[in-house]
Every structure is written in C-alpha cells, then in structure tokens.
Ligand binder design. Sequence first.
Ligand code: ADP
Ligand code: ZN
Length: 615
Amino acid sequence: MLADSPPLESPLDAATAILRRTFGHASFRGLQAGVIEEVLAGRHALAVLPTGGGKSVCFQIPAMMRPGVGLVVSPLIALMADQVEGLVQSGVAAARLDSDTTLDERSAVWRRIEAGELDLLYLSPEGLMQPNTLDRLTRQKIALIAIDEAHCVSQWGHDFRPEYRMLGRLAELFPGVPRVAVTATADARTREDIRGELQLEQAREFVASFARPELRLSAERKQGRSDKRVIELVKARPNRSGVIYSGSRDGTDRIAEALKAEGVPAVAYHAGLDRKVRNERLMHFLNAEEAVMVATIAFGMGVDKPDVRYVIHADPPASIEAYWQEIGRAGRDGEPAEGITLYGASDMAWAMRRIDGREVSDTVRMGQTRKVRQLYGLLDGMACRAAAVRRYFGEEGVQACGQCDLCLAPPESVDASVAAQKALAAAQRLGGRVGRGRLADHLLGKTKDVSSTEAALSTWGIGQELSPAAWRDLIDQLLFEGLLREDPNDGRPLIGLGDADAVRAVYRGERVVSIRKPVEGQGAPAGRQRQRRRGAEQEALAPEHHILFDALRAWRRNIAAEQGVPPYVIFHDRTLGEIAAFCPATLNDLAGIGGVGQAKLDHYGLMVLKVVREN
Ligand code: ADP
Ligand code: ZN
C-alpha cells in the first residue's frame, strides 16, 4: 500500500464534497445527511422537511452520485423550470421534459439520457407515466426516483392531485430503484397515505421539526374590510418582495389596484386570468427584487422565490396546514421574514358554511369543521403562535418562539362574562334577525328608527358600560367561541345563538368568557411596532456594507436580465449579504462564502471581486 493513499472515503464524505463544490454549502443541515445516506445505500425514504429546509439536495446529490439518471417528479412547470435553471447554473447535468419542451429539445434530452450524460431529469407525474416515456426510461439505468411535494398523493392532505395516484405503479416498473418522497407538509395521517399510495411501506421516515425560526408571526382581527390595513402593512415594508393572499379574485384585483395607486409594484394573480397573463405576472414577480404578488391560493405551490420577505393574509387561510404552507413561502432563504394574518368572525362563519354545503360523509365533515376551529383557535389565541403550529403537527416539548406578536406582547385577559350574558340575551330576544352592528346598537340603546317592539325588549339599552367597538369585539369573541353563530345571509350576515348547552352554561355563570384587554390606541400593537423596523436582512448588515450590497444586487440584476433568469438563480440575497459583509479579496476567499460553488465561482467570481473592489 502506498504511504500517501488517501483514507477510504465514505459515501457521506463524497456527498459532502459535492455539497461544497457544487452548491457551495459547508455542511449538511438537519436531516439531510440521514436521507442522503439512506438513498445512497439504495433504500427508499420519506422525508418531511419544512419549507426552506433544503429538501432538494436530498435527492439531487444522490442522483449525481449513483449511476444512471435520477428522475424527479414535480407538480408544477414553474417549479421544475426554476430548479433545473438553478442546477445548470451550478454546473449540474439537469434537464426537464414537460409540456413546454419543444420537439427538438426533447430529442436532445433523450440523446443525453441514452448517452448516460444526464444526472437529473424533471418530469410532471402525467409526463412520466406516459407509456412511451416509461417504455424508454425502463430501458435506462435509473439512479433514483424522487417524488417532490409528495403530500399531493393524499386526499387527506390539502393539495390533492389525482395524477399523483398513478405514481404507485413506479414500484413495479422500476424494481430495485430507490424512491424518495419529499414534502414540507404532512401530518401523521398524510404520511400514512403517502406510504400506502406510493408503496413506500418499507421506507425509513425522516421528519424534521416544523420550527421556522426566521418567521415572525402575527395576526390581527379585521376592522371592517381588510384592504386598508393591507395597504398600510405593505407600505410599511418598502423595497422588498411580498405575497398577499386574498380570499377572492375580486379581492386580488382590488388590492393590487389600490397598491399600484400608491406606487407599489403590485400584480394580481388568480385562476380566472388567461394563462399567458398569469405566466407573465409570475415571471415578473420571480424576476423582481421588489414586487408584490396579490393572489388567490391558485398561486403558490412550487413557487420557490427565496427572498419573499412577508406573506400577508388579507383573508385567513383554510386550515393550519394551509397557513403554514402559505406563510412558509416567506423567508425561504433563511433570512428573517414575516407572516401576518387578518381574520374575522365572518370568515369563520363562511368557512363553516362552505363545509356544510359539501357533499361529504359526516366523518369528513366533522374533521373539516374541527380543522377550521383549530385554525381560528390559533389565530385568535393568547399564546405563542409558532408553538401552537408545531404542537398541531405533533411536535413535543415545544418552547415559545419569543418573537411572535403574542410572545412580544402577551395579551392580558379580563372576565367579560356579565357583558357576554347581556349580548347573548339580546341575540336571543332579537331572534337572529339582525347583524353585528345592529346587535351592538341594541345593547347601547342607539338603534336608528327603532321599532316599538324592539325598544320594549328587556335587553334594549342594557349595555351602556361598553363602547360600540368593545361590543363588536365581544360579539366577535362569542362567535369565535361558538356561543353566537353567524349566518352569512349572502353578505348581510345575521347573528343568532350558537351551541345551546354552552350558552346555558354562560347564563348560569358556569362558563367564563374572557376577552383580551383592549390595547391602548386602535389597531394592532405588534404590527405598529414593527412598522418602524428596517428590513431585517439589512438590519443584520452594518450600514457601511449597504452600498456594496446594493451594488452587488445591481450587478446581479444585469447578469440575470442578460440570461433571462430570476436574480436568485445567480446568487441568493443571503450570499450577496455575506459577500458585502466579508469583502472577499481573492477567489479563494469568495469560495468560502455560503452559496458559492465551483461553477458559480468560475463564471462570476472575477466579476464579483471587481464589484467588491470598486465599492
Ligand atoms: P426546500 O426544502 O424548501 O425545497 P430548497 O431545497 O429549495 O428548500 O433549499 C432552500 C435553501 O437552502 C436554498 O437556498 C438552498 O441553497 C439552501 N440550502 C440547502 N441545503 C443547505 C445546506 N446544507 N447549507 C446551507 N444552505 C443550504
Ligand atoms: Zn411566539
């Protein structure tokens, strides 16, 4: 044996070398190494890693190391295009086959597969399962099959895609090929579905913590229509990218218009738009460093823009799963970001009503109703939001996050049982014929043009001790607790009594109704407080580095435009931030910065050093 022969390299060492050389990251994070080892050993795996947790390298690196081409099934063309573009930038032999690929491109891709030159091939589920694609692929050496967004296979999850069901057949079609299912959202039930549907019973499971320490969460009850508040929130966060979710197509158009009128570069996005328009707007958003996307939930899955600094729900999400996934689109680069949710009792009433209107079994209906209650319990709750989400997903021993609105300013509660009794009695006497505002007016004895019958009721004017706003708040509280119920009544909601047993318990004094102590001044304290903060990523960067950071971004903007790719495909903000802070003088120094792999060093290294020298 030669004295200088290197010690035997383990598969994981080889994987780490690729992580450094190709992707520019120093070491694996979280469960990445575990998943990679499993797949390199030729075994199946199921990995649940939070958004931004770095799921992609879990299959990309093994695909590069194992002989043959790695197949990646992904639900959305936009997502594939982005990932493939990013890989090519990093010098990886990757390609995609989807409905946008031209015939010429297709034959070029097949040539590369058949010559054994390709490491990664991205396909849609229906594209992969086409008989002649399968026929050609089964004759090739396949390194692994990765199924991205695997929760789409489960009807229990919230993004069910029927075409994902076909993927179960991959087990027989490609025996002996390791399959790895990855997703950012899967409770125990969904994970079971994934295993069953994808024939992954034997797969080892890797479930990471759902913590997203870079996300600052907050939620506010709506004060009337949320548009005005949304615009305030956006204007307080200039020069960054954000996503606003609205519950309706109209809402997206309305909010986008209002933002544009204020000089904010906003675009609306929903399924009612022409495909071409939608695509243009998506591209605009992805390519911009500062853009606001106002969208329905038609926008989102697979949108991997890493530098989204906030997600605002102008209307609340459908469930805690949806909340975490939608909010999770902020801060994917690991830099601080915000998730702000506006919600109201009427939204809850609508959600309940929609469930009632569905043709589903009673068990499914009960399950869905419970999910809605849990969501509003979280939004309107009094304790750490991040901890509540993590517990919901089954994590144990969870600590408070210390940075959500409720951690920063824990609300005090006061006993409002007597006022609650009055409100319930009034709602009962009025027999479900009035809305929230009229109910408050009745309690205050201020109803305009009051009828003599209403004025004769024993509850008329018995609530002088509270302000109109305080009554509306209390009525909301009673709605959230199910003590009152709202009938949406086609946009003119009516308030009636809720659960009879619970109402009786309040009347008898057996059930206490607490409300949050009203805060000084109107509006949400945490939101206001935050308005004065700078962009967190800039906060972290010392002022003397801002000029260089901006210059690097300007350079990146040009390069990206030349190549027609989004700026983050060149370098993430996080990488530019590190460069601005460390001012590397040599290629070697630059190589030490996170996100700078060999290919990017070769392509851009000298240009970046020049920008650093000149600024
Ligand atoms: P997701 O799990 O949401 O699909 P990605 O795979 O897109 O996440 O990765 C999210 C970000 O984390 C990317 O910017 C990626 O470059 C970065 N990343 C992945 N793995 C590592 C690592 N081991 N160290 C540092 N950054 C990493
Ligand atoms: Zn918290």
